[in-house]
Design a protein around this ligand. Structure first.
Ligand SMILES: [Zn+2]
Length: 471
């Protein structure tokens, strides 16, 4: 209730400000740092009114947040192969039809079906203590009694390799402090295979995230072809430090790891697709997207339920306001981003011949916190154009265009089609809750979701409608 009152109180101010800034920012020519007038943005003037309407409509209610809340409260988390994911997919199709979207359909995808099962880890000596853990996605399980061994903690791959023959028979702990996701996540994805290759019987990975709070972060590992596959789990920062201290004192812990993790045969799933068909050039397509699957902990609200809802909102808002752009806007809710990327791969296979007609692909998968703008990857001319369009978002402070705009699911098609790509940039502590039981909707501000939806709606509308195609 308090959130809602805050929303209502803030809403009028933001709405008025947003409308004023969008309407007025065209009355002065943009100036360079030197104070000289730069290229005119007269073409953009035609978009000030529709942009103000899209922003106004989105900011006028917490619709996006409430739709996400309904989704995650009803279905929970949505791992590939689960009934929850397939039920969510069926719900999304029905809701898109109710929204009046066009060409709403499923595009079938076979997905890996990994099942976690029961799992636990404990220090068995010198003195027994339970560890908080989460098995890593795609890990093999242990035999029913578990595997037990002495822990060997390392802080880098160099330390692992230097340990050489001492690795054999041990449970290797990668106790690597978080720097950034791209850098630290390699210990989760490649660490288990690299330890297995040296004879380790299992691997533990310090959770990939900026802070502890005794919360483990799961995520996929990738076994290296031809190397022994050993079971692997994430432990908390606190437990990793404890195991490290015990080793440093010369009394390394013995740990027992039990995991029932296993694969079932591939399961039937699908990407969800809905469109607003273009009024002049329906074959030219702007794709906006998020991934509907999630890990099997928490409710996958920021990763990536929120991304699905705010990109879907772009089409709902246009439809509601009778704004039909010249080109088609297509929303895709991907399946199986987390442990296979089969949704993104199957889109490439299905649409390979039509990629030349794809103007842009956008993915929102950085969480939905306060939007700051978009990342853009493409030509300099495209960047200049998108930077101009983003000035329409000054009123909601989402007008920054950063250096790189990419997404895991759009990646295969963007690369094959050599087209521009974008991602939503947000200001939030995404990696604090990423892949944890704490990825729940209470971390998301309803107004931030409305802002994000507005920003995606404006950018995708203008790019789908403008005279010259984005290059
Ligand atoms: Zn994600």
């Amino acid at each position: 209730m308090r959130l809602f009152l805050r929303f209502i109180a803030g809403r009028h101010v933001v709405l008025i400000l947003a409308t004023l800034v969008v309407m007025l920012s065209g009355s002065r020519p943009p100036a360079s740092a030197a104070g000289l007038a730069v290229s005119s943005s007269a073409w953009l003037d035609a978009y000030r009114e529709p942009a103000a309407r899209l922003i106004g409509e989105s900011m006028a209610s917490p619709f996006a947040w409430e739709r996400l809340a309904l989704m995650v409260d009803t279905f929970g988390n949505r791992l590939s192969g689960s009934k929850a994911l397939e039920d969510t997919i069926a719900w999304a199709v029905a809701e898109m039809k109710k929204d009046g979207l066009e060409n709403v359909h499923l595009e079938p995808v076979k997905v890996p079906h990994w099942v976690r099962g029961q799992e636990s880890a404990e220090i068995v000596g010198p003195i027994p203590h339970a560890l908080v853990m989460l098995g890593l996605g795609n890990s093999v399980g242990t035999p029913p009694p578990g595997v037990e061994g002495e822990v060997l903690a390392v802080k880098s791959f160099q330390e692992l390799d230097a340990a050489g023959s001492r690795v054999r028979g041990k449970i290797v702990l990668f106790n690597v402090p978080f720097t950034n996701y791209g850098e630290t996540v390699q210990y989760r994805s490649a660490g288990p295979s690299r330890a297995g290759a040296l004879g380790a019987i299992a691997a533990l990975v310090r959770s990939v995230g900026p802070a502890g709070l005794r919360t483990p972060h799961t995520g996929a590992l990738r076994y290296i072809e031809g190397q022994p596959q050993i079971p692997a789990a994430a432990v908390t920062h606190e437990d990793a430090e404890r195991l490290q201290r015990m080793q440093d004192r010369g009394t390394p812990a013995r740990v027992r790891l039990r995991m029932e993790a296993h694969f079932l045969p591939d399961a039937d799933s699908a990407n969800v697709v809905g469109e607003l068909r273009g009024r002049d050039l329906p074959n030219e397509v702007v794709v906006v997207s998020g991934h509907l699957d999630s890990w099997d902990v928490g409710t996958g609200s920021t990763d990536d339920g929120g991304g699905c809802i705010v990109t879907w909102e772009a089409l709902r808002l246009m439809k509601k306001l009778n704004l039909r752009p010249r080109r088609t806007v297509r929303v895709v809710l991907w399946t199986n981003e987390e442990n296979g990327l089969r949704g993104g791969q199957s889109y490439l296979e299905r649409y390979r011949d039509q990629l030349p007609n794809h103007v842009l692909m956008l993915e929102s998968d950085n969480g939905v916190f306060r939007p700051t703008g978009f990342g853009f990857t493409g030509s300099e001319a495209g960047r200049a154009r998108v930077t101009e369009i983003a000035t329409l978002l000054r009123g909601i402070q989402a007008d920054k265009i950063s250096a790189v705009g990419e997404g895991a699911d759009i990646g295969p098609s963007v690369e094959a089609g050599r087209m521009p790509s974008m991602s939503l940039d947000v200001d939030g502590n995404y990696f604090l809750i990423h892949h944890t039981p704490a990825d729940t909707i209470d971390k998301i501000d309803p107004m931030d979701m409305s802002r994000a939806a507005a920003a995606i709606a404006v950018v995708s509308y203008v790019i789908a409608d403008m005279g010259e195609r984005l290059r």
